[in-house]
Design a protein around this ligand. Structure first.
Ligand SMILES: *[C@@H]1O[C@H](CO)[C@@H](O)[C@H](O)[C@H]1NC(C)=O
Ligand SMILES: *[C@@H]1O[C@H](CO)[C@@H](O)[C@H](O)[C@H]1NC(C)=O
Ligand SMILES: *[C@@H]1O[C@H](CO)[C@@H](O)[C@H](O)[C@H]1NC(C)=O
Ligand SMILES: *[C@@H]1O[C@H](CO)[C@@H](O)[C@H](O)[C@H]1NC(C)=O
Ligand SMILES: *[C@@H]1O[C@H](CO)[C@@H](O)[C@H](O)[C@H]1NC(C)=O
Length: 382
């Protein structure tokens, strides 16, 4: 196959994935086969919605009807699947390295997180125009400052870790005492610059990579409207010393000013972070992977993005703080974020995300030993 032909095929594939994203969800099913015959690969049935043996068939049924499958009958279901009376822990979980390797290989057909985690200096110059991924008709520029912070090489180049933790921001973490357990991982990923110091006992402190949506500057730091907020923001950035700060700057319009402010403060205070700006193809590629495996997500959440990327760098992946439900298994209210009072309608069709579906998918992967989902309190250190 000539190089040009492969480029052409890649272009067609990418165009199709973009089309699928724009298209109405009802059309998605028909378009997927055109992406390739990946679903015929080993993965078939792995997460097939019509195959009840994998538990993902219940796309519109409540969690509690999730049945123990033939495939995983030897595995204890998660406590919340057993009903309120259970006191069992998920300690019988075992890591399936074969499956984990298989997933990594499959995801690599869609994206290479080592590359797609950030655009690089070598491929852009100041003033280059970028179309927003979700608002194609709107553009932004690579500013001088942003260019300055573009990495020259992937911040994850040649890195590999045995055990990684991805920490979601659900209130399920409150009173979990999971801090030490989370910090014991070799690499810890956090989302949206969530505060840690005040919650260290439950969420830990260690941070190797943290994401920051531009909207965080507004939501959590009052749009830097006063000296005090600027200070708090700079303090939070400084506390990251050496971590990767992953800024999805080109997803949706409206954040350009906030990105620019953050970048200027990083430069002004010579904050020690390694900035990364996701490639323009990452989101489509991640969505393409899940759609091809019949997980009909709308727009992947940061958590799912991080899991998909982490498969590239991590053997065992442990997820904490993923709980897209308003109540815990005992019926107690659970905050959307452990650190603020924001509320969220998990099942709203207006939401850009499909969190309960993502969660069911991750639960299925947990049962198969591909990842480990921690949803209960952690054992106190002995
Ligand atoms: C579901 O899986 C079983 C065994 O894994 C297989 O025999 C069956 O054909 C699958 N059904 C569908 C609809 O894919
Ligand atoms: C856990 O449940 C078992 C029965 O399923 C019971 O015998 C045991 O006492 C329970 N343990 C605690 C700590 O509640
Ligand atoms: C691990 O996953 C592979 C691939 O899905 C499967 O063939 C194998 O049976 C699994 N091993 C265990 C111990 O569950
Ligand atoms: C981008 O750059 C062009 C010229 O280089 C300029 O006309 C335009 O206003 C810039 N847009 C933004 C959003 O900075
Ligand atoms: C956490 O524990 C404290 C003290 O027991 C209690 O006051 C608080 O309500 C608990 N918070 C949650 C979210 O369970």
């Amino acid at each position: 196959m000539s190089f040009e032909f492969r480029i052409l095929m890649f272009g067609i594939g990418t165009a199709l994935v973009i089309f699928v994203i724009i298209a109405d969800m009802s059309e998605v099913e028909e378009e997927i086969p055109n992406i390739g015959d990946l679903q015929k690969f080993h993965f078939k049935g792995f997460m097939h919605p019509t195959n009840s043996s994998l538990g993902l068939n219940a796309a519109h049924t409540p969690l509690v009807t999730f049945r123990k499958s033939k495939v995983s009958s030897s595995v204890t279901p998660l406590p919340y699947l057993k009903g309120k009376t259970s006191n069992s822990s998920s300690s019988e979980w075992t890591f399936n390295r074969t499956l984990s390797n298989l997933i990594r290989k499959n995801i690599l057909r869609f994206l290479d997180a080592e590359r797609d985690i950030s655009i690089l200096k070598s491929t852009f110059k100041p003033g280059d125009v970028i179309h927003y991924i979700f608002d194609r008709q709107r553009t932004t520029n690579i500013s001088e400052n942003l260019y300055h912070l573009l990495p020259t090489a992937s911040p994850m180049r040649k890195q590999h870790y045995r055990k990684c933790a991805i920490v979601g921001n659900s209130g399920i973490l409150l009173n979990s005492s999971c801090g030490d357990e989370i910090d014991s991982h070799d690499f810890v990923i956090r989302c949206n610059l969530a505060p840690v110091e005040e919650y260290a006992a439950d969420v830990g402190l260690r941070t190797n990579l943290v994401t920051m949506n531009p909207s965080v500057v507004q939501r959590a730091f009052q749009d830097l409207s006063s000296e005090e907020w600027v200070e708090r923001f700079v303090h939070r950035l400084q506390s990251l010393s050496g971590s990767v700060l992953w800024i999805p700057a080109f997803m949706a319009k409206g954040g350009e000013e906030r990105v620019e402010w953050a970048i200027r403060l990083i430069l002004l205070h010579t904050v020690n972070v390694r900035t990364a700006f996701p490639s323009l193809r990452l989101l489509h590629a991640v969505r393409g992977y899940w759609l091809t495996n019949h997980v009909q997500i709308k727009r992947p959440t940061t958590g799912l993005l991080m899991y998909t990327m982490a498969t590239r760098f991590c053997d065992e992946i442990h997820l904490y703080g993923f709980w897209p439900f308003a109540h815990d298994p005992d019926g107690k209210a659970v905050k959307y974020h452990y650190y603020d009072t924001l509320t969220y309608h998990y099942t709203s069709s207006a939401s850009p995300h499909t969190m309960p579906l993502e969660f069911r998918t991750l639960s299925a992967l947990h049962r198969q030993g591909a990842l480990r989902l921690h949803t209960g309190p952690c054992k106190p250190p002995t």
